[in-house]
Design a protein around this ligand. Structure first.
Ligand code: HEC
Ligand code: HEC
Length: 214
């Protein structure tokens, strides 16, 4: 009897977009029925921003990021393959029980958000960084970043978007990519960063952070 009432109620509420458990508001990372979009709004938003435009450089921006890249990174965190210190500390627990379907939903949601403008840095520094991004440093065997990350830094597939990303986050990751094997798909980046001085790193990331959304 009770069950019938609940079923009727559930059907009635479901037609309003909800169930006996409110799946639209759930923060339950262990429930496979909660959609990726709901988790994005209820959980990820506290660090990455509701629309993926985090304001603190400790938390990478996800807005407008490539969907395939987001899927790959979330699986790397879930399966403990991306092990840089901040990644394992913050993202392993959160991603532990995510299903492939939820990961796809999360990646779709964030890839569709509009990137908000970030702080534009010093002009001369950004101009020096633009030259590195577009041409590389041929004398030192540094390939042009644009070749993989796109002419405007928007990325492509599993090549991440860098345009508008926080410079401090990128510098941290450039050190991880060049000095460790903590990012499993980072092999392509390793030799490149070795040819860059710390002022080159500052310049190229200043340029990238300041690229206005298109
Ligand atoms: C408590 C804060 C916190 C929460 C909540 C959080 N994250 Fe993160 N996330 C981080 C931090 C910090 C990093 C950067 C880790 C690093 O430096 O490697 C990160 C990194 C990431 C990255 C890698 C970005 C890149 O450019 O490589 C993705 C993707 C990501 N988070 C997605 C999510 C999703 C999806 C959720 C919700 C299910 C979520 N995060 C919830 C703190 C958080
Ligand atoms: C041969 C292709 C290639 C070139 C050239 C290249 N990258 Fe990358 N880059 C990648 C790939 C692939 C990744 C993602 C690695 C991963 O999944 O862990 C990446 C990751 C990054 C990241 C980390 C992004 C994040 O959200 O965590 C930064 C920052 C970066 N690259 C900057 C640069 C800069 C600056 C240059 C030029 C000096 C450059 N890349 C040149 C392929 C390339």
């Amino acid at each position: 009897m009770k069950r019938t009432v609940c079923t009727i109620l559930a059907i009635a509420i479901a037609s309003l977009g909800s169930g006996c458990v409110n799946l639209e508001r759930s923060r339950d990372l262990g429930n496979p029925n909660v959609s990726g979009r709901t988790l994005a709004l209820q959980v990820c938003s506290s660090c990455h921003g509701v629309d993926g435009n985090s304001t603190s450089p400790g938390f990478p921006k996800l807005a407008g990021q490539q969907q395939d890249y987001l899927i790959a990174q979330l699986k790397f965190f879930r399966d403990h393959n991306r092990s840089d210190p901040a990644g394992s500390e913050y993202m392993w627990g959160i991603s532990r029980k995510l299903t492939d379907e939820q990961i796809k939903g999360l990646a779709t949601y964030f890839s569709q958000q509009k990137d908000a403008p970030n702080v534009a840095g010093d002009r001369a520094t950004a101009a020096a960084g633009k030259a590195i991004f577009e041409n590389g440093i041929p004398d030192k065997g540094v390939a042009a970043c644009a070749g993989c990350h796109g002419a405007s830094g928007l990325g492509n597939g599993t090549f991440p978007r860098l345009a508008g990303q926080h410079a401090d986050y990128m510098i941290k990751q450039l050190h991880v990519l060049s000095e460790t094997n903590q990012r499993p798909a980072g092999a392509m980046m390793k030799p490149l960063v070795h040819g860059l001085t710390s002022s080159d790193l500052r310049a190229v990331t200043t340029y990238l952070q300041g690229i206005s959304p298109t």
